[in-house]
Unconditional design. Structure first.
Length: 222
């Protein structure tokens, strides 16, 4: 799991939108799940899930209905219902799956949106400040489900946040944390006890890769 840190206005959301091909990259190059974002945009979009910063679920529909219309799933109708039930159960929303989303708390809506993003089982998931505006209890609930998703599904997750405790809670425990901000000084990726960690250091352009097929290939640009 990767954390993209920085204050408001640092460009975290813009960076994510370039990686998921909603915005063209101004320079440089990047690959997501082994696909070039400039030349293989359709393949990139098939390989990702995305939870935007602002709440996007339809409050006039139930959670089950939101999942049913959230995106194409290559299964028959019974299999699709099974996948939806599985997603609701995984996110702890099975008992309220038929309730209208407008009756949900902020944390429940966030969990629903993560379920929507994961319905087609993408290898890479982008979460843009998923706990902004939530109270501490709701934040903890989202953290637990994100961690469980990473551990059980093996999903590569890129998380943007400006909460240092959130980055420490999620990213450090998963292995590596990539920090970025409005400053021109970027972190240096170093190995410590066999696990990649973020450490302040000289100005560099680090490139972080994981194994092909389930990775984010990443390059910082000054």
């Amino acid at each position: 799991m990767f954390g993209l840190l920085g204050p408001n206005g640092a460009g975290k959301t813009t960076t994510i939108k370039m990686l998921i091909t909603l915005l063209p990259a101004t320079s440089g190059s990047a690959t997501v799940a082994g696909h070039d974002i400039a030349h293989e945009a359709r393949a990139v979009r098939r390989s990702i899930g995305y939870v935007p910063q602002l709440l996007s679920s339809d409050g006039a529909l139930s959670a089950r209905e939101n999942l049913d219309i959230s995106g194409p799933v290559p299964h028959s109708r019974p299999e699709r219902r099974e996948r939806i039930d599985e997603a609701l159960r995984f996110m702890g929303l099975m008992d309220v799956g038929d309730n209208l989303v407008r009756t949900y708390s902020g944390g429940m809506v966030r969990r629903l949106e993560i379920a929507q993003a994961m319905l087609h089982a993408p290898p890479v998931l982008f979460l843009d400040e998923p706990t902004v505006g939530l109270d501490p209890t709701a934040r903890r609930a989202v953290w637990e489900h994100v961690r469980k998703l990473r551990e059980l599904e093996g999903t590569t997750i890129l998380l943007t946040t400006h909460y240092m405790d959130e980055a420490a809670e999620l990213c450090e425990r998963s292995g590596s944390c990539i920090s970025a901000g409005s400053s021109r000084w970027y972190p240096r990726l170093a190995r410590r006890r066999g696990r990649p960690r973020c450490q302040p250091g000289r100005r560099v352009h680090p490139l972080h890769r994981q194994r092909p097929g389930r990775c984010i290939s990443w390059r910082y640009l000054s």
